[in-house]
Write a protein that binds this ligand. Structure first.
Ligand code: NAD
Ligand code: TYD
Length: 365
């Protein structure tokens, strides 16, 4: 039986590469992987697929309509899965333009190309075509400590340029369904963690700094709460949505695992103490630094629609997932070195070295 082709964008990044790997392992589709290879995208993330003839990598931009049109014509995909994005909130504060370009303009270009491709398809193939847009819980803004978790009906209140750009893209995806009938699906997921996450994000940054005895920079008082989901659980959810989700719907995906940043860093310190006892206690490295402007205080996800309609639930507990993730980084020093070159070092310099200490509880700590 011939495998369907899926066009995956951003498949050399963190979640995209995990998704592509899990689809190829399951053998359920042939993947055309389009990625611009920005500072966040790395072929090292796909090294184990180098000999896989059903994984075709193409370097390019989702904003390049000519390229997208020709990929769609050539490969005739049954689905498009859009991971491609600028994804780091702190970078969206120092340089929002790239976020508008890729997350909004790029996604819109992809939608335009998808629409004209879909219109060119015949009956059965047109009916089966899906456009899955991978988005974030950050579009919903910040919750108070006692607010119920975000549902698919929560109001959009994005607070960072990153969240605003993803919100704009979500609206365009919705509009292409409502106006043109394109069979779109949107997922809004909470914070992911696991193998291949770029070391600019909280968990890998703390692991790598902790392993090398550098400070662990906690923004503000560290009591900001995020919901955390192991990346493989997210990938499983995305496959279910793609294969069984209802066109035009949105699905919230989360780990049912709210945790304050400082508690995560403390847990990692304890795991690091076990792994490297001679450097214990790693908690001495914790350094409160100036807070992120517009920093959302709390995210939480109500994923009951995913459970009810698609039978999905997260399988990986946070303690196990965190321990696995630490082990993965400890065993993949070469990967960390490969993705931490020039651009990453310049970012660390820009984001942390010039950052002052935090004002915590009214005082400087
Ligand atoms: P990432 O930054 O690790 O990867 C993004 C990938 O997109 C990179 O490989 C990059 O090279 C590629 N890319 C960027 N601009 C591009 C362009 N113009 N054309 C083609 N490729 C381009 O991000 P991630 O953490 O893997 O997130 C993937 C998606 O999931 C994003 O859309 C993000 O908003 C969403 N998401 C992420 C999380 C999370 O916790 N990481 C949570 C929910 C949703
Ligand atoms: P991050 O991994 O950047 O994800 P997001 O901002 O998309 O949720 O950050 C997760 C949380 O960790 C967020 O509240 C900001 C905080 N944080 C720190 O305290 N220190 C850091 O060095 C980083 C990168 C993040």
């Amino acid at each position: 039986m011939q495998l369907p082709n899926w066009l995956v964008t951003g498949g050399a990044g963190f979640i995209g590469s995990n998704f592509v790997r899990s689809v190829r392992r399951a053998g359920c589709a042939r993947i055309i992987n389009l990625d611009k290879l920005t500072y966040a995208g790395h072929l090292e993330n796909l090294a184990d697929l180098a000999d896989d003839r059903d994984h075709v990598f193409v370097r390019g931009d989702i904003g390049d309509a000519t390229l997208i049109d020709s990929l769609l014509r050539e490969h005739q995909p049954a689905a498009i899965v859009n991971f491609a994005a600028e994804s780091h909130v702190d970078r969206s504060i120092t340089g929002p333009q790239e976020f508008i370009q890729t997350n909004v303009v790029g996604t819109h270009t992809l939608l335009q190309c998808a629409l004209s491709y879909w219109k060119s398809l015949g009956g059965g193939r047109a009916a089966g075509f899906r456009f899955l847009h991978v988005s974030t819980d950050e579009v919903y803004g910040s919750l108070g400590p006692h607010d119920p978790p975000f549902t698919e009906d929560s109001q959009y209140r994005p607070n960072s340029p990153y969240a605003a750009s993803k919100a704009a893209a979500d609206h365009l995806v919705r509009a292409y369904h409502q106006t043109f009938g394109l069979a779109t699906l949107t997922t809004n997921c909470s914070n992911n963690y696991g193998p291949y996450q770029h070391p600019e994000k909280l968990i890998p940054l703390m692991i790598e700094n902790g392993r090398s005895g550098r400070p662990l920079p906690v923004y503000g008082d560290g009591r900001q709460v995020r919901d955390w989901l192991y990346v493989q659980d997210h990938c499983d959810a995305l496959r279910l949505v793609l294969e069984r989700g209802r066109a035009g719907e949105t699905y919230n995906i989360g780990g049912d695992c709210e945790c304050a940043n400082l508690d995560i860093v403390s847990s990692l310190c304890r795991l690091l103490d076990d792994m490297y006892p001679k450097d214990a206690p790693h908690a001495k490295l914790i350094a409160h630094v100036a807070d992120r402007p517009g920093h959302d205080r709390r995210y939480a996800i109500d994923a009951s629609k995913m459970r009810r309609e698609l039978g999905w639930h997260p399988r990986t507990g946070f303690d196990d997932g965190l321990a696995c993730t630490l082990r993965w980084y400890a065993e993949h020093a070469d990967w960390v070195a490969a993705v931490s070159t020039g651009a990453h070092e310049r970012w660390i310099e820009a984001n942390y070295v010039r950052r002052g200490p935090a004002a915590v509880n009214g005082g400087i700590k």
